[in-house]
Design a binder for this molecule. Structure first.
Ligand code: HEM
Length: 118
């Protein structure tokens, strides 16, 4: 997921530097990214039910991701509004990062031993 955000930034840069095909690939990969954001939300709801922190962040990721995709084309008519599409990539990155760290910590948290070590 995080790797795909890097790919998206690279692809749009390739487009800016003159590769017209890169935008088509960016659009396709972008839809896949939004699909993954939905999968993250469903996984959080199913696997981390009761963990409001992870569910909250996953909902925010999907909400921001969907808004970001809509801002590219469907929402707004001014360039400065569409530019929020690029800006929100940073928010998506931060949310995806925190979800990854939270999930990682949850999975690899060491069980607390009640016995003394001696
Ligand atoms: C998390 C990273 C990103 C994702 C998931 C993403 C996703 C998408 C998607 C799904 C579309 C197609 C929208 C549509 O056709 O309705 C799109 C188009 C576009 N994106 Fe991104 N994008 C990302 C980052 C960026 C960045 C950083 C920029 C530029 C700074 C950018 C610039 C554009 C442009 C110029 C379009 C074409 C808009 C149009 O069809 O008129 N994107 N992106």
């Amino acid at each position: 997921m995080i790797a795909m955000i890097f790919v998206q930034v690279y692809l749009i840069a390739a487009f800016i530097f003159g590769d017209p095909q890169a935008l088509d690939i960016h659009r396709v990969v972008g839809r896949v990214v939004v699909g993954f954001e939905l999968v993250v939300l469903v996984t959080a709801l199913v696997g981390w039910w009761g963990n409001s922190r992870v569910i909250g962040m996953s909902s925010a990721l999907f909400g921001v991701g969907a808004l970001q995709a809509l801002l590219a084309h469907d929402i707004g008519s001014a360039p400065r509004v569409h530019a929020l599409h690029g800006f929100l990539a940073l928010v998506v990155f931060v949310l995806a990062w925190f979800i990854t760290i939270s999930g990682w910590r949850e999975l690899y948290r060491r069980p607390v031993s009640l016995r003394s070590s001696s």
